[in-house]
Design a protein around this ligand. Sequence first.
Ligand code: NAD
Ligand code: UD1
Length: 337
Amino acid sequence: MRVLVTGGTGFIGSETVLALLAAGHTPIIVDNLSNSKIAVLDRIKTIAGVRPVFYQVDCCDYDAFRNVFEKEPVDAVIHFAGLKAVGESVSKPIEYYSNNLVSSLVLLRLMKEFGVKNIVFSSSATVYGVPDRVPLSETDPVKGATNPYGETKVMIERILEDAYKADPSLNIALLRYFNPIGAHPSGLLGEDPNGIPNNLMPYVSQVAIGKLKALHVYGDDYPTPDGTGVRDYIHVCDLAEGHVATLKKLEAKPGLVVYNLGTGKGTSVLEIVKAFEEANGVKIPYVISPRRPGDVAENYANCDKAYRELGWKAKYNVTDACRDAYRFQQQNPNGIE
Ligand code: NAD
Ligand code: UD1
């Protein structure tokens, strides 16, 4: 398939581009490089031997994006493009709503204009809000997120549902990712956050190479086995394969489908610290700090549906992800340059 990948130079997008190439698909990347580097394309070439077609285009820019659709006939779209920093979305809500919603609306308008019927959307476990119970299943209520970033995911899911109701010939997959971590095993591609990381794994990796002094563990008094927060960490390579499996599903014209992509297993902050230390033979100093506002005690996925319907499940564990994240951090102490 010829697959348009918006946000294809980003963390998950670039890994998915590699998985698409390995599966024999042709990715066409559209990214405005607002949160990724052009050098990612060279690294994809180093790993896969192919430099994918790339357009530096903002998906909110109808005319520029239309030009891509005119030049590149596509069978499907994977829509990763979006802003994703939770904290920043609270201080810059207009930018988040505007970028994430407008880019999606322009994309849907162009898909309609050019008769493209298949789309995979990067949603998030955040749409479930504060869970009543874990593990979370796709049938659990979308209660709404606790921040503007998460709200954009809820809204775009809703827009896609309405688009499907109006045109049942569309095939739409809403993929709710849990916590993506890890990096490509080559150490060439991985998560490259700006400034001090907000998320656990990039923070731990930067402590490991001495860039940051100590991890702040946000709360050790949660009702979890060791008192620290529990999440479902999924290796980014597994996540990428989940997209390839989803495209195959879309070929069978399923209509609108929703899948949790996680591992089905919860891991605590202190278990991540231990796994990282064991995988890499390093010490991660940490201090216990107050809970972070907005955090929940426990969040992990029931991924049976993805296994049943896509034949996909995660292969890697957190130790693999810690090893790969560290390799990427060591090889790229200042990010992808
Ligand atoms: P990322 O920031 O690394 O990648 C997103 C890419 O989109 C970046 O390369 C950025 O430059 C690009 N982009 C942003 N706005 C754009 C626009 N208007 N036009 C063109 N390109 C634009 O993020 P990621 O971690 O790879 O996440 C990919 C998707 O998955 C996002 O939609 C994110 O919200 C979603 N997601 C991520 C996580 C996570 O923990 N990383 C969890 C759940 C969902
Ligand atoms: C957060 C977002 C979620 C988003 C995801 C990926 C919130 C409420 N949720 O998930 O919407 O999809 O990032 O971008 O912000 N922790 C520490 N110390 C740190 C960092 C994190 O102890 O320095 C703990 C957290 O308290 C949590 C766990 O590590 O228990 C994971 O945190 P993080 O990586 O930020 O992901 P989430 O909060 O689960």
